[in-house]
Each structure stands twice: as structure tokens, then as C-alpha cells.
Design a protein around this ligand. Structure first.
Ligand code: GLC
Ligand code: MG
Length: 546
């Protein structure tokens, strides 16, 4: 990640796939996915052609926030299996050439973690300072105006010891105090525990939340907040997040990971504007993490807006900083729900041809959309606490549809969330056999990335963003590949400087052709420099020597 090094690491050329373990594959009939289920489905990753699998938390947890409330950082929740199951999964994955990335949740533990039980037992307990305890404000009430991301005050009163504790999320997720050296050491030991077992990296949960302002000063009030907006947006999280001291913590994590062989990766979950995000790459002297780039999640689906984002992000990268792109995750609406089925194919081509490491959210390779959840089945604590504001994350966490058998092959029991209603046709087995499926498109895109280094590690130059067309060129050595995406529903014409081009891949057969020419099929050439894009069509073209 530091400047001046041109060795390509696996996580730079590779593609990451996110598994939400509750929803991937159940092996024991309890309706909840598990590690043996994932192990049984490793062939899916191989068939698709991804390089690494990131698994959302599998640690022992009361599941108040479905595993993001960790009660033991060095164990496996019995619902997911055992440590032996994990070791077996890791060995099997490595045997297939797949890397495994775990989710590390350092900002907060579960309130059932033994550390918190100790911490809250008395003000003089040695672990009191492992969490963030404050006296009530002078006039009574919470120490300041910080608001939990899941609504309500970020402070919970503890009657027994007469102080408040901080929780950026649920009150069942007390924030750990990373200013305490013993807590830090204990958490670094937990990272070592998994690195020693061979995990290839961590995705670090809410990294930018980890250190709070030392003086706990109020956050500025958001004058634009209105009813119907999430409660957390009442204030700007200026003092409760993104404090300068967090960078030393991230650098220490990086140094720890660098003590291991194999280029272990650290990916930070950070929702911040581009300029602030960039600071989490660290410096040559103190490299930090690969900060998740969520720009495309919030982007309006507009060619010019996306071109601006690409230019701004690429332009802001520090020297040697490697990009990455994400279309969705277990917290945000799915891409197919946001842009529709036709554009989801264009989005897949975008994600898998931009410069930088792509992360694919499970099910997106099948074109899964958000699934409507009947009111009596809602599970997400966020929705339950702030109903009706469009915050529910259950719709993007539904079971993976595998085949046409009962419960789409996900479970022999009752699935913990409903399946997508179109599962009888939208499932992995059916799509693997259908050359026009979303799965087939992903497989083709990933094969193309592997075959053409220009698409994975090549440079990127924006070519055009006019009207509904977004086009860019990827270059590596002599190779030049043009990606042209039509984000609209009307036919579009673009002029290419390249002259002769061969069509490598189209998102849909459509009517792509050179202007004035006849319809083109995949593998055929464009003899003119003007290319017509069918509605909702993306093309990958290889420039041919003149
Ligand atoms: C992250 C996770 C989210 C979780 C939250 C609290 O944003 O992605 O699912 O609820 O952190 O841990
Ligand atoms: Mg199970």
C-alpha cells in the first residue's frame, strides 16, 4: 500500500465476495446458515471466479445485532459451528486457492462479554476503564448530546455504579475504550489468535468510530434534520467519530498484520467523505488500511455523477494508494433494488472493470433484489427501534437461493428470513445453466479480469461521460481495453479514439454495432471508431493494433 512498491498483492488483483453467514447455507436444519454450510458451497466461489471470501462475524454473540455484538473475540458461536469447523473451512478454502477474511468488531463488544460484566461490576474494577464510563451531566442526564447510530442517546445509565456508558450502536453493544493500553493489547491478541490460525485478513467494523474526542464535547446539531430522518442524523458526528488518534490504532493493527507472511489484508469500514477517507491509507512510515470505498452505494445512477466520483476518488488517492469499489453490503439496499434489473448488469460490469479491488455482496451475482419482509418477521434491531424510516436491513440479508428444491436448498428447516419470492427461477443452479443469467455475466466478467491484467491492475483513464454514457479505458503494457456503459434506456453512440476494436463482452446481446454497420456478435470486430450502445448495455472492447 505504500508508495514506490510495484509488487502486486493478491488483494489488489483479486476480487472479494462477502458472505453473510446467517443467510448463506444452513447445514443443520436450524434455519440459520453456518460454517459447515459455507464449506459445502466453496465450489460456488470457484465457479464464479472470486479470490477471497469475507465472512461477517461468526463469534459467540447474543445476536442483538446479529453477530456485531461479540461476547468472545476468540471463539465461534455454536449456531455457526465450532472452532474445528472454522479450521476445516479455512483449510478447505486454502486448498482451493481461496483466501478467507474475517470480520473484526473492535469498536464495541456485547454487553454479555465477560469484560463488560467485570467493567460494570464496580467503579474500581480493573476493567472499568476498558469501556467508556462517564458521570451524568451537571444538571443530570447523559454526559453529552451524542446519538446512537440506531437511535436514542449514545449513553446508557448504569444504576448499580451510578455512571453512563457509551454505545455508538445498541445499548447491548457497549463501546470499548481504545485509549486504554490493556484493552488494546487484549484486542491485538484476539487478532493474533486468528492470524495464527491462518486467516488472510480482517474487515474492520466501523473503524472510524473507534476513538472519541478525549473531552467528550457535544456534537454540532444538524439544522436540516426533520422528522422521518434517522435519529442519528440530528447531530453531525464530529466529536464522536474520526478522531486523529484513531490513525495510530490503525497503524498498529497494520504493523501487527505485517508481522505475518502472505500479505494479510486489513479493510476498514469507514463511511466518510473522500478526503477524510483517504487519511486511513496512512503514510509510507505508518501504513494503515484499505478503506472501503462506498461512493457507489450513495451515488445517483447517473453517468456524469459516477464519472465525477471516479475522478474525485482516483484524484484523491495518496501515492501508492490502491482503490476499491463496493456496490452493496449487508447494511445497504441491494444494487438491483436501487437501479433495476437491467442496470444491475451494467453496474456489475462497472464494479468489475474499475481500477481497484471489487467486493461483491452475496446474492448480487444472482441479481437478487431487496425482499419484502412481512411485519411479523422483522428482525433488524435498527428497523424495530426506528420503524418505517426505510432503515430495515432484513431485505438485503435474505437466504441465498441455491436451487429449485425446498427452501431453495438453503435449509431443511424454516429459514430465519423469507426467501426471494422468485427463487424458483432466480437461484444459483438455474443461473449457472443459463448463458444469459446474471451469474453467467459475473462469471464472464471475472474470467475476463483474470485473462486481461489491464482490467485488474491496469491504469484507468476516463474517456467519456456524456448524457447516459460512461466510458473509460484500462491500460496495461501494450494492452488497451475500453469499457463503455449505457446507463440509460435509449440507444447511444460513442466515438472511440481507438479505431479497430474487438468486442470482448456485452452485458446483453442487444444491438451493439458500429455505426452504419451490421449487428455485431461477441468476438467480432468494430471497424469504425463509432460504437452504438443498445439501451442498458455495457460493452468491453479491446483495442486492436491498427
Ligand atoms: C457496521 C456493520 C453493521 C453493524 C454496525 C455495528 O456498520 O456493518 O451491520 O450493525 O457496524 O457493529
Ligand atoms: Mg445452521
Amino acid at each position: 500500500m505504500s508508495a514506490g512498491e510495484d509488487r502486486i498483492r493478491w488483494w489488489q488483483s483479486g476480487v472479494i465476495y462477502q458472505v453473510y453467514p446467517r443467510s448463506f447455507q444452513d447445514s443443520d436444519g436450524d434455519g440459520v446458515g453456518d460454517l459447515n454450510g459455507i464449506a459445502a458451497r466453496l465450489d460456488h466461489f470457484v465457479a464464479l471466479g472470486v479470490d477471497a471470501v469475507w465472512i461477517s462475524p461468526i463469534y459467540p454473540s447474543p445476536m442483538a445485532d446479529f453477530g456485531y455484538d461479540v461476547a468472545d473475540y476468540t471463539g465461534v458461536d455454536p449456531r455457526f459451528g465450532t472452532l474445528a469447523d472454522f479450521d476445516a473451512l479455512l483449510a478447505k478454502a486454502h486448498g482451493l486457492g481461496l483466501k478467507v477474511i474475517l470480520d473484526f468488531v473492535p469498536n464495541h463488544s456485547s454487553d454479555r462479554h465477560p469484560w463488560f460484566a467485570e467493567s460494570r461490576s464496580s467503579r474500581s474494577n480493573p476493567k472499568r476503564d476498558w469501556y467508556i464510563w462517564r458521570d451524568a451531566a451537571a444538571g443530570g442526564g447523559p454526559p453529552n448530546n451524542w446519538i446512537s447510530d440506531f437511535g436514542g442517546s449514545a449513553w446508557e445509565w448504569d444504576e448499580a455504579t451510578g455512571q453512563y456508558y457509551a454505545h455508538a450502536f445498541l445499548k447491548e453493544q457497549p463501546d470499548l475504550n481504545w485509549r486504554n493500553p490493556e484493552l488494546r493489547a487484549a484486542m491485538f491478541d484476539a487478532m493474533r489468535f486468528w492470524f495464527d490460525r491462518g486467516v488472510d485478513g480482517f474487515r474492520i467494523d466501523v473503524l472510524w468510530h473507534m476513538i472519541k474526542h478525549a473531552d467528550f464535547i457535544d456534537n454540532p446539531v444538524n439544522p436540516d434534520w426533520t422528522l422521518g430522518m434517522a435519529d442519528m442524523d440530528r447531530v453531525h458526528q464530529l466529536n464522536s467519530t474520526d478522531q486523529p488518534e484513531v490513525h495510530a490504532v490503525a497503524a498498529e493493527m497494520r504493523a501487527l498484520a505485517d508481522g505475518y507472511d502472505g500479505d494479510r489484508v486489513l479493510i476498514g469500514e469507514i463511511y466518510l467523505p473522500i478526503v477524510k477517507l483517504m487519511t486511513y491509507y496512512g503514510s509510507d512510515d505508518a501504513p494503515e488500511v484499505l478503506p472501503f470505498n462506498f461512493q457507489l452505494i450513495d451515488a445517483p445512477w447517473d453517468a456524469r455523477a459516477i464519472a465525477r466520483i471516479i475522478a474525485a476518488y482516483e484524484g484523491a488517492l495518496p501515492p501508492g494508494g490502491w482503490p476499491n469499489w463496493v456496490l452493496g453490503n449487508h447494511d445497504r439496499p441491494r444494487i438491483a433494488a436501487r437501479v433495476g434489473a437491467a442496470q444491475a448488469r451494467v453496474a456489475a460490469m462497472l464494479l468489475l472493470t474499475l481500477r481497484g479491488t471489487p467486493t461483491i455482496y452475496y446474492g448480487d451475482e444472482l441479481g437478487l433484489a431487496d425482499v419484502a419482509i412481512p411485519p411479523d418477521m422483522i428482525q433488524d434491531p435498527r428497523e424495530l427501534r426506528e420503524p418505517g424510516k426505510g432503515l430495515n436491513r432484513d431485505p438485503v440479508r435474505t437466504p441465498m437461493p441455491w436451487d429449485g428444491s425446498a427452501n431453495a436448498g438453503f435449509t431443511t428447516g424454516a429459514p430465519w428470513l423469507p426467501l426471494n419470492p422468485d427463487w424458483p427461477t432466480r437461484n444459483a443452479a438455474a443461473e449457472a445453466d443459463d448463458p444469459d443469467s446474471m451469474f453467467a455475466l459475473h462469471r464472464a466478467l471475472l474470467a475476463l479480469r483474470r485473462a486481461h491484467p489491464a482490467l485488474s491492475i491496469g491504469d484507468l483513464a476516463l474517456v467519456e461521460s456524456d448524457g447516459d454514457v460512461l466510458a473509460y479505458e484500462r491500460r496495461h503494457g501494450e494492452e488497451r481495453i475500453v469499457v463503455a456503459l449505457n446507463l440509460g434506456e435509449r440507444e447511444q453512440c460513442i466515438s472511440l479514439a481507438e479505431g479497430n476494436c474487438a468486442l470482448l463482452l456485452a452485458t446483453c446481446s442487444g444491438e451493439s454495432r458500429s455505426a452504419g454497420g451490421s449487428a455485431q456478435r461477441q468476438g467480432s470486430g468494430f471497424r469504425r471508431s463509432t460504437v452504438v450502445l443498445a439501451p442498458n448495455q455495457g460493452l468491453i472492447l479491446q483495442a486492436l493494433p491498427a
